[in-house]
Design a protein around this ligand. Sequence first.
Ligand SMILES: Nc1ncnc2c1ncn2[C@@H]1O[C@H](COP(=O)(O)OP(=O)(O)O)[C@@H](O)[C@H]1O
Ligand SMILES: [Mg+2]
Length: 293
Amino acid sequence: MTSATQDPQKPAPPLPRWQGTPRYIADEGLQATVNVAVALGRPLLVKGEPGTGKTLLAQAIAEGLGLNLLTWHVKSTTRAQDGLYLYDTVARLNDSRFGDRDVRDVAQYIKMGPLGEAFERAATGERVVLLIDEVDKADLEFPNDLLHELDAMRFRVAETGREVVAGLRPIVVITSNAEKELPDAFLRRCVFHYIEFPEEALLTQICRVHHPDVDERLLAAALRQFMRLRSIPELRKKPSTSELIDWVAGLRLAGIDPAKLDHALPFVGVLLKQEKDTQRLGRGDWSRQAARR
Ligand SMILES: Nc1ncnc2c1ncn2[C@@H]1O[C@H](COP(=O)(O)OP(=O)(O)O)[C@@H](O)[C@H]1O
Ligand SMILES: [Mg+2]
């Protein structure tokens, strides 16, 4: 297949089809999107509710394809250039005053960022998975600047004159919590996937991954209560997959009888994090409606 993006200088060795991992359950849709993004050499942009496995996905892709993972957690102050490298002027200044290192060797103060490292490794023939987590945390210029760097596949360390030419395209996974709209030019170049909140059957499978020896009756009862809770439209903050996994852990530790779960919600604080929600649940505001659902 010819690449739709700039041709990498070296042909990437073929990778196996990604199908999730024993610890990461991916439905058909997600598997297909991951595989097409890898084949096209396009960044994969993943959105979805918190706790739907966006961050963990990159790790699972790396694991499934037998590649190393590099992670870049985006903050409000992050700039695209930071991902390439940082020049640690403070360390150099300190060394010039108090240290015994030769401060004329600037190269020792250049610290590669995750993107720079991904390109450096690619230059030696290693394809890595690069996770750029929560891209929407940074300012509006960030996504476009980032794509510019990703397209270029090369950069120059201005302070030393060294040039890094990637050669191979890293597999880039970008997550967003949709706090901000992303620019059109950015979206055009990505392959997009929205991770829907899992259906009960998939959620059960995910729980089994985390609790392989769970009592099936307890799991079924917990799932029933959890789905009932999530179906309440007035809920301010719906509990997520990761909260369900924690809740099941709590229920197991306390040895809760599955039969009792249909009428009670022990450790509700693991699931609900807004006092309005816990108060209304405590008053029984939703119990009749929920029972009908
Ligand atoms: N498909 C999945 N397979 C296995 N575990 C999952 C899956 N989705 C979510 N989880 C669990 O939920 C937790 C939260 O996932 P995370 O990737 O941090 O979510 P997000 O980044 O979307 O907020 C993970 O640590 C994992 O325990
Ligand atoms: Mg995350």
